[in-house]
Design a protein around this ligand. Structure first.
Ligand code: NAD
Ligand code: UDP
Length: 322
């Protein structure tokens, strides 16, 4: 039977991935140090049956000796803080998990013959000077700023993947994931969709940084998870970097207005200073994902936001607010 390891299992993407794999009847081992993830995200998976949870740091060398990882055939390496608020408050942990942690997972793949998907990011393109971004663009990243601990650590994580693929033929696939959302995001993680939806439901003004003309391309979590699953499955994706994101681009101001309209909120908009090094544009070219994986997103921003607003509303009415 296939045994799949998901690192970052208690996080946003990790917990969605575990749910998807268990629904497919797989045996899953989840690793998480619960730094930005929540044990609550794991509560629906009963520990000990098809799902086994290990609370530890993936960068710890002991990880390679865990008996639970024996016979692992697939690894989704998703562990890493992802929200700017969280990675900027944990810079060294962010560097460590994406470099040493990635090396550990590649080593596990080498020793066990497992396939591995590494979750890199659109941040590898930095504040892009080429638009939209395809995988050949080498990026415009600042090493000397508050986003560097994340952006540069992810880029170095990709380098480890390159070396393990070329030296040891480890079947590694790199996903450059673009902004993904759903109600699975913590209300307090500071990312734009979780902030806007939480604020709109509470009737608070939505906090738009800068003038809101910067753009992002938002992918609903189901589409992203499907893309990552295909990346793992397709042999043609071995040793490849593939953008996983929604190619429909929106300004942040448009997103704020859409959240207010769809939630029927009385909230207004409050403009706050733009954070340092905030990328001005971001939109993936997904031709490679379409050709290699037969993948493209299916859920529009409006549909995804509707689902997100209704799930947050239920959660917040149940008394959960950061
Ligand atoms: P998240 O913060 O919700 O989840 C990350 C999980 O990793 C958390 O549960 C955290 O506790 C765990 N973790 C962190 N360091 C660890 C360590 N050293 N050992 C074990 N566990 C550790 O983030 P997410 O949004 O689910 O992102 C998952 C992955 O996808 C990350 O690698 C992120 O960089 C990447 N990614 C996400 C997005 C997105 O829009 N969500 C975009 C680009 C890339
Ligand atoms: N943003 C915003 N208001 C918020 C949170 C974020 O205007 O309350 C902006 C942020 O400056 C950025 C965009 O929304 O331009 C996406 O931010 P997020 O932190 O979600 O992701 P990232 O910057 O990593 O793409």
């Amino acid at each position: 039977m296939n045994k799949t390891l998901v690192t970052g299992a208690a996080g946003f993407l990790g917990s969605h991935m575990v749910a998807k794999l268990l629904a497919e009847g797989r045996q899953v081992v989840g690793i998480d140090n619960l730094s930005t993830g929540k044990a609550d995200n794991l509560r629906t998976f009963s520990d000990g049956g098809a799902f086994v949870f290990i609370g530890c740091d993936v960068a710890d060398p002991e990880v390679l000796r865990l008996p639970e990882l024996e016979g692992v055939t697939e690894i989704y390496h998703l562990a890493s803080p992802a929200s700017p608020k969280f990675y900027q408050s944990r810079p060294f942990e962010t560097i460590e998990v994406n470099t040493t942690g990635t090396k550990r997972m590649l080593e596990l793949a080498r020793l066990s013959g497992a396939k591995i998907v590494y979750s890199s990011t659109s941040e590898a393109y930095g504040d892009p000077l080429v638009h939209p971004q395809d995988e050949r663009y080498r990026g415009n990243v600042n090493t000397w700023g508050p986003r560097a601990c994340y952006d540069e650590a992810k880029r170095l994580g990709e380098v480890f993947c390159y070396e393990y693929f070329h030296r040891y033929r480890v079947r590694v696939k790199v996903a450059r994931i673009f902004n993904t959302y759903s109600a699975g995001l913590r209300n307090d993680d500071g990312r734009v969709i979780s902030n806007f939806v939480t604020q709109a439901i509470a009737g608070d003004d939505l906090t738009v940084y800068g003038d809101g003309s910067q753009t992002r391309s938002f992918c609903y979590v189901d589409d992203t998870i499907r893309g990552l699953r295909l990346l793992m499955e397709k042999d043609a994706a071995d040793g490849e970097i593939v953008n996983i994101g929604n190619p429909v681009e929106h300004t942040i101001l448009h997103v704020a207005e859409t959240v207010i309209r769809l939630s029927g909120s009385p909230s207004g908009i409050r403009f706050l200073p733009l954070p340092e090094d905030d990328p001005k544009v971001r939109r993936p070219v997904i031709a490679k994902a379409e050709a290699l994986l037969g993948w493209k997103p299916e859920i529009s921003l409006e549909e995804g936001l509707r689902r997100t607003i209704s799930a947050y509303r239920e959660r917040m009415q149940g008394g959960m607010r950061p």
